[in-house]
Ligand binder design. Structure first.
Ligand code: SF4
Ligand code: SF4
Length: 381
């Protein structure tokens, strides 16, 4: 079934997009109800949100769909499908199908082709096939492309104990989690900025840049949204850091200090942030709020990456202000709601914590004003 859908979509996008010459083509994007918050957009938002509600709280209503997954689930996990297998399969195929669309659409831009191909492979291999094979081998279903604090449970004491009880494979998972969170993330972000993760590896960013690409222009560019973003994203990071520390203290003191409080807080975080915010609002509201709501306002991993990018990284977008004609394309298509044009007009480098380095501002600029760079920090504006 998925094979036919993938091939059909591939042919559809191929035919539709290749009927135009290679190059940026956003004609009519503000005239379509689907991409400009019209009725079709709202209906789609309700459908996606509804799917998440059923998935999280009424999974039995999806039993028909889940059973269709059984042959595939038995093949790669050795077990019957459940709601999470259904979700993982939908998610991965959405990235693959819409990834082809992005590659066709941006086929004139090598950065976008290469980046999208890596996103598709990262999702397929690290967030779908490997966890499924691990499950088949009776090992924990581990996602090597997610780390604490985006996947906070990987460094929760109860999970670390489970991993360690699984022998060498489980111990490697603990090592991987610690090493990625505290060594690789700062080091790679220093050299490449936030983009190495948010725009190349992470499944949330991957979905945003493939399935969500038709709605990137809907991001809120207001100063109010920027102010809100700085508070919200850092509050989520502080919350999960405190919860993780409390869980470890509780684990060492055998519950003498916080009792059940830390466990309740971890559960509440999982519900409000993990399910409601990242899933329902983050994805369900793509056609209404734009594609990176979770990445911009909630993701604690993005908060860490953003702090490193803003204060320590070599990454920035340089601007050749003299060439700017103030058309505003860059700001319009910035999925993170950054007013890129304001920097370009002043000829000022863009060093913003929220920039995920997707490169679309640079691609849509008709004057070649913007350039993503990883040069030395010294001397930057
Ligand atoms: S500023 Fe440019 S590279 Fe950064 S997130 Fe916005 S569009 Fe992407
Ligand atoms: S897209 Fe290019 S020319 Fe247009 S406002 Fe942005 S930097 Fe200036």
């Amino acid at each position: 079934m998925f094979g036919s859908i993938t091939v059909g979509s591939f042919l559809y996008f191929y035919g539709k997009i290749f009927s135009h010459k290679a190059g940026v083509n956003n004609a009519g994007i503000w005239l379509s109800g689907l991409t400009a918050r019209g009725i079709a957009g709202w209906v789609l938002g309700v459908v996606i949100t509804g799917f998440y509600v059923l998935l999280y709280w009424y999974p039995t209503t999806l039993n028909g769909l889940i059973s269709i997954m059984n042959p595939l689930a038995y093949t790669i996990t050795g077990k019957p499908a459940d709601q999470w297998f259904l979700y993982g399969t939908f998610y991965t195929f959405a990235i693959l199908i819409m990834g082809f669309r992005a590659i066709f659409r941006y086929r004139h831009n090598r950065y976008q082709i290469f980046r999208t191909a890596v996103i598709m492979l990262a999702q397929l291999i690290f967030a779908y096939l490997i966890p499924s094979f691990l499950k088949a081998m009776h090992q924990p279903e581990f996602y090597f492309s997610y780390f604490w604090p985006l996947k906070p449970e990987y460094l929760f004491p109860s999970n670390v104990a489970v991993f360690q009880s699984k022998g060498a494979v489980g111990q490697f998972m603990v090592f991987w989690g610690v090493m990625m969170s505290f060594v690789a993330v700062p080091a790679l972000t220093y050299y490449f900025g936030k983009r190495w993760y948010c725009s190349w590896v992470c499944g949330c960013g991957g979905l945003a840049n493939t399935l969500g690409d038709p709605w990137r222009q809907l991001s809120d560019k207001s100063l109010r949204a920027w102010k809100f973003e700085r508070w919200s994203i850092h509050l989520v990071l502080v919350s999960i850091t405190i919860i993780t520390i409390m869980l470890w203290i509780n684990s060492y003191t055998e519950g003498k200090i916080f009792g059940k409080a830390s466990g309740i807080m971890a559960k509440a975080y999982g519900f409000y942030i993990g399910a409601l915010f990242s899933g329902i609002i983050g994805v369900g509201f793509y056609p209404i709020l734009g594609t990176r709501v979770w990445c911009r306002f909630g993701c604690p991993q993005a908060a860490i990456l953003g702090i490193i990018q803003k204060f320590f990284s070599r990454f920035r977008i340089t601007t050749n202000g003299g060439q700017c004609i103030s058309c505003g394309n860059c700001s319009t298509y910035c999925e993170m709601g950054i007013d890129v044009r304001a920097y370009a007009q002043k000829g000022q480098n863009i060093v913003r914590a929220s920039c995920v380095g997707c490169g679309v501002c640079s691609m849509v600029c008709p004057r070649g004003v913007l350039k993503l760079e990883n040069g030395p920090v010294k001397g930057r504006v």
